[in-house]
Ligand binder design. Structure first.
Ligand SMILES: NC(=O)c1ccc[n+]([C@@H]2O[C@H](COP(=O)([O-])OP(=O)(O)OC[C@H]3O[C@@H](n4cnc5c(N)ncnc54)[C@H](O)[C@@H]3O)[C@@H](O)[C@H]2O)c1
Length: 267
């Protein structure tokens, strides 16, 4: 896909990777850029920068997502590319509260489902369309110290694969963006030792946007801004026991005490 003259939507575009995508798509000549975020100020600011339209909504609210998608099709007549990018870090393990697991599930997975449910019928009717889902390298491998993040990002990858297989012949194209560390507020706010491991090789959001523009041009399913992730995925698949041993060693090295990750309330 080439971006020129396309109508695009980017969620979580008030800052970080989403803001870099919105700016870059505008520079590539997109005809309309919807800058979606739950925070109004940042959505307005980024939309002003890229001549786009700010939309304030919570991607985890299905009725709001559907209302927005329907109104965008009514206004512009089409959406060519929808980047379901908003996501949240949630670290912890089995001790993380149900509310934290639920929040990660709603934003990191259900938001992709709600978007696809609203978009796919319109896109099939318009003769095709493109869905870009931001997951993470954690959705292909794992994020040590962050079970809710890893699990929900795996679900995002699985769903993107399913969409790609199921709707290809109706003209839908799907890409799944899986970076490792990226210098954004999400990474900056993480104070855990596992997050520190990601900082050295972290990319800028603009480098991720470069990889996305290339991946869309190639219509690649997996977009891997960190090329080494492809090698890790291969190790995990082909030498799973060895990969697990290596990951356990890494966890032993960075985990706070005996690796139990906090206490579980028996209630
Ligand atoms: N930063 C990284 O190291 C990294 C690595 C791999 C994948 N990712 C993924 O990239 C995506 C973007 O991350 P980022 O680093 O730019 O994060 P960020 O925290 O810097 O920005 C996320 C944006 O999404 C918005 N947002 C969050 N929840 C929302 C909701 N429910 N509805 C609408 N908007 C919402 C926030 O307001 C914010 O503007 C996420 O899906 C994240 O999991 C990030």
């Amino acid at each position: 896909m080439q971006l020129r003259d396309q109508v695009v939507v980017v969620t979580g575009a008030g800052r970080g990777i989403g803001a870099a995508l919105a700016r870059r798509f505008a520079r590539e000549g997109a005809r309309g850029v919807y800058v979606v975020d739950r925070d109004e100020g940042p959505a307005r600011q980024i939309a002003a920068e890229c001549g786009g339209t700010p939309i304030v909504l919570d991607v985890a609210c299905e009725s709001d997502v559907k209302a927005f998608v329907d109104s965008a099709f009514a206004t512009f007549g089409r959406i060519d590319l929808y980047c379901s990018n908003a996501g949240v870090m949630q670290d912890g393990g089995i001790e993380a509260s149900n509310a934290d697991w639920q929040r990660a599930w709603e934003i990191n997975f259900l938001a992709h489902l709600y978007a696809a449910r609203a978009l796919v019928p319109h896109m099939i009717e318009q003769g095709g369309g493109y869905l870009l889902q931001t997951a993470s390298a954690a959705g292909l491998l794992t994020q040590i110290g962050a079970a809710p993040y890893s699990v929900t990002k795996h679900a995002a990858v699985a769903f993107a694969e399913w969409l790609s297989i199921t709707y290809h012949r109706q003209g839908l194209r799907v890409s799944c963006l899986c970076p490792q560390g990226v210098h954004t507020r999400m990474l900056d706010d993480c104070e855990s030792a596992p997050a520190d491991l990601l900082r050295d090789a972290a990319l800028t959001p603009e480098q991720v946007a470069d990889a996305v523009v290339q991946g869309l041009a190639d219509e690649s399913f997996l977009i891997l801004p960190h090329a080494e992730v492809a090698t890790y995925v291969e190790h995990r698949a082909c030498e799973n026991e060895r990969w697990l041993r290596g990951m356990r060693r890494l966890w032993d090295r960075v985990s706070p005490d005996d690796g139990r990750q906090g206490s579980v309330d028996p209630k």
